[in-house]
Write a protein that binds this ligand. Structure first.
Ligand code: FAD
Ligand code: UDP
Length: 373
């Protein structure tokens, strides 16, 4: 497929996990790649920075988890993982509850000691509501855990996070969280979980080793120039922007992080504390050292504030409701007719992907692209 009129085989727009995995695999197969990113660093949202000897997750808590052994082995090529298990605590107006929703939470809320007692309370709270097929997040949440948990631990958090009523959100979002009738505070059900020792940059650096990368470059600032650089483009930015918002704008949710270094060795005793009331303006406080069991004298915390999205804000989350998903389909059809561009990742596929899913998606695209090589 080498076309000698181009300097590179692939121009990869975006150095997040999708772009980095694709570039790595193409480079291994002998293809010449250039990676560009509009930010001043590589790695996209998994980027970490070192503050006071602590790996700070610049764009919020990132916990790697997967059930897929191949993906686990793939990331373990580049870093060793520690045995961190995410067990966030919810803070509802000063009352603390274990997450995800499990026997510890039910005991803290209702003083019930057995699964049967907990199930009975949830049954009582849902029996007259006739929710067979939940039509939205509110119905799904109540069906799963009843009205008390919905009111204290879900409604406030979710409406802050997404900037809209739970009734206007898709049910699948709340199904990300396990509900368990065992005393188990593990936020994920996956077989493999951990934090890369030394931070996520180790993985990105490993993936992008020996590949030419340029930061502070926005593809759209000189699109015509960049399009002439490579035979093919891998695009991991916003798909609607790529097509000049031709069918209209997709909606995203943005965030703002407020970081502080504190003169204490242990601020909140847990890596992630969620503020689930409606009034506190942030959704969670991250204390980064706890991801790596840090023993430093100081600590670094980040408050995570949900923010509305506009064209100049960072698009952190796709909002996968019916309206946006059907708009995305139109863009996807255009993408299908644009074979010289491979679209991938959270923004270009408009999917609420976790890291392992982004890697899986990149490896699937790699397989397809290089099936004859
Ligand atoms: P990104 O990381 O967004 O990378 C895209 C890159 O493209 C960016 O660097 C961007 O600057 C660049 N770019 C975009 N447009 C252009 C352009 N025009 N020109 C040049 N460059 C461009 N996943 C988990 O598995 N576990 C977690 O605990 C977890 N926590 C999360 C917490 C938060 C707050 C967020 C926002 C996400 C979290 N995720 C988590 C999801 C995870 O961040 C993503 O799945 C993954 O990082 C997405 O990788 P990506 O390559 O698709 O996109
Ligand atoms: N959620 C909630 N209360 C919590 C934590 C999460 O209601 O204390 C809901 C909320 O709607 C959130 C969704 O569950 O958007 C998924 O949570 P997750 O922790 O997976 O969100 P992310 O880390 O991707 O922001």
């Amino acid at each position: 497929m080498n076309n000698h009129s181009f300097k590179y085989d692939y121009l990869i727009v975006g150095s997040g996990l999708f772009g980095a995995v694709f570039a790595h695999e193409a480079n291994l197969r002998g293809f010449k790649c250039l990676v560009i990113d509009k930010r001043n660093h590589l790695g996209g949202n998994v980027h970490c920075k070192s503050v006071e000897g602590i790996n700070v997750h610049s764009y919020g808590a990132h916990i790697f988890h997967t059930n897929d052994k191949e993906i686990w082995q793939y990331v373990n090529q580049f870093a060793s993982f520690n045995n961190y298990i995410n067990s966030p605590v919810a803070n509802y107006n000063g009352e603390l509850y274990n997450l995800p929703f499990n026997m510890n939470t039910f005991y803290e809320l209702w003083k019930v000691r057995t699964p049967k007692e907990a199930q009975e309370i949830i049954r009582q709270q849902t029996e007259n509501l006739n929710i067979d097929e939940p039509a939205n997040l509110e119905e799904q949440a109540i069906k799963l855990v009843g009205t008390d948990i919905y009111e204290k631990l879900i409604k406030g958090y979710t409406e802050k996070q997404w900037g809209r009523p739970c009734k206007e959100l898709p049910a699948f979002i709340i199904k990300r969280l396990p509900v368990r009738f065992t005393f188990d505070n593990n936020y994920f059900n996956d077989t493999f979980q951990g934090i890369p020792i030394g931070g996520y940059n180790k993985i990105i650096d490993g993936l992008l080793k020996d590949i030419e990368c340029k930061t502070d470059i926005n593809f759209f600032d000189d699109r015509a120039y960049w399009e002439q650089q490579a035979n093919k483009i891998v695009f991991t930015g916003k798909i609607d922007e790529f097509f000049d918002y031709k069918f209209g704008e997709l909606e995203y949710r943005s965030l703002r992080f407020e970081e502080a270094t504190l003169n204490t060795s242990n601020y909140q005793g847990v890596a992630v504390m969620n503020y689930t009331d409606a009034i506190t303006p942030f959704t969670r406080i991250i204390e980064h050292k706890h991801f790596e069991f840090g023993q430093q004298d100081k600590t670094v915390i980040s408050r995570e504030y949900p923010a509305s999205w506009h064209k100049k804000a960072e698009p952190y989350y796709p909002v996968n409701n019916e309206k946006n998903d059907s708009l995305y389909k139109q863009y996807k059809e255009l993408a299908n007719q644009t074979p010289q561009v491979i679209f991938g990742g959270r923004l270009a596929e408009y999917r609420y992907y976790d890291m392992h899913q982004v890697i899986a998606s990149a490896l699937t695209k790699v397989k397809k692209e290089f099936q004859n090589d």
